[in-house]
Design a protein around this ligand. Structure first.
Ligand code: SF4
Length: 325
């Protein structure tokens, strides 16, 4: 039994129309066009060297390739949120440069184009900050691990591009602003900053030289992304690793394992639905203490505390994924 309420036929039709329009609009975005034209941009640096090699070689994309919709949906939410945040900053007394298209020239002479989110002019005691905005469902990961390689390369390249184009001057800082789109904790935003240094361009050149080497020697480059991510978003998945890790065929003549796996998948989906249900109604009751017709509600504020490390018993983790057909 599904916990999800069903929509009427008309409501479903309108839902499909709206979602289709949003996804279509998202997929027609300018940065996606750059990707369609096989142009490597600043945001591609640090992601996957084998992907970059395929882009350089203009490898045909997998027939019927469409990025999984949830990634387009997340990108749309991120872009909308980022735009509202920048509007808010601009409405105050901050001097902001946004909507920029810049390019950076690496020490090797390679030029790469990109679109930084914003330059905050003189925001830290006169120091300019080039900031890249990211949205996440909860900020635990960036708070713990900080920016990954792709995010570091991205902000540093935007910083250097802005510097080379005279959009910033003097000492410059670059950073990420992460925004929590779930609003489920008190930590709504997280910032990581660093000074812009020259060596940062050499690191990107080094990363790209691995790609160039692989192209000129006609050999694969480093596969930097995990299999599940490749499968979800990469247009070169089949040519790159479609057969590299085929699921082992389980001896299951009566379909027992297959049915059990399906049940576990369903259970996971129900758990997710239940979690969504709780989250979507939570703000109606959070902070309420008292009685309704049917319930007694108590809201108690729990103060922040360090959780001591816990002992975890050895166990077997089971991962079940839908097979590609
Ligand atoms: S399938 Fe994965 S490893 Fe291969 S190019 Fe794409 S992202 Fe890189």
């Amino acid at each position: 039994m599904s916990l999800k309420p069903t929509m009427s036929k008309d409501a479903q039709q309108l839902h499909d129309l709206i979602v289709g329009k949003i996804l279509g609009h998202e997929r027609g975005h300018e940065r996606d066009q750059q990707t369609k034209d096989y142009i490597l941009g600043i945001s591609d640096m640090g992601w996957c060297r084998e992907y970059a090699r395929h882009m350089v070689l203009k490898t045909p994309r997998d027939p019927g390739y469409v990025r999984k919709e949830r990634y387009d949906w997340a990108a749309m939410i991120g872009r909308s949120l980022e735009s509202s945040v920048l509007d808010a900053l601009q409405a105050g007394d901050l001097v902001l440069k946004r909507g920029l298209e810049v390019s950076v020239v690496l020490p090797s002479g390679l030029r790469i184009k990109g679109h930084p989110d914003a330059v905050l002019v003189g925001v830290l005691d006169g120091v300019d900050v080039v900031i890249d905005v990211k949205t996440k469902d909860g900020l635990a990961a960036p708070m713990k691990d900080g920016a990954d390689l792709q995010q570091q390369f991205q902000r540093r390249l935007y910083g250097h591009a802005c510097k080379q184009e005279g959009l910033v001057s003097g000492d410059v800082k670059v950073g990420n602003l992460w925004l929590d789109r779930s609003a489920s904790s008190d930590q709504w935003a997280w910032v990581e900053l660093e000074d812009l240094e020259d060596y940062m361009l050499d690191e990107v050149d080094q990363w790209l030289s691995d790609v160039t080497y692989a192209v000129t020697h006609d050999e694969p480059a480093m596969q930097d992304q995990p299999y599940h991510m490749c499968e979800a978003v990469c247009p070169f998945f089949v040519s790159c690793r479609g057969d590299a890790e085929p699921p082992e065929v389980v001896d299951d003549p009566h379909g027992v394992v297959d049915r059990a796996a399906a049940a576990m998948r369903q259970a996971t989906a129900l758990e997710r639905e239940a979690k969504d249900l709780r989250r979507s109604y939570r703000e109606e009751v959070e902070g309420v203490t008292g009685k309704t017709e049917r319930f007694s509600i108590t809201s108690t504020r729990i103060n922040e505390s360090e959780t001591p490390a816990q002992f975890r018993k050895a166990h077997t983790r089971v991962t079940i994924r839908e097979r590609k057909r």
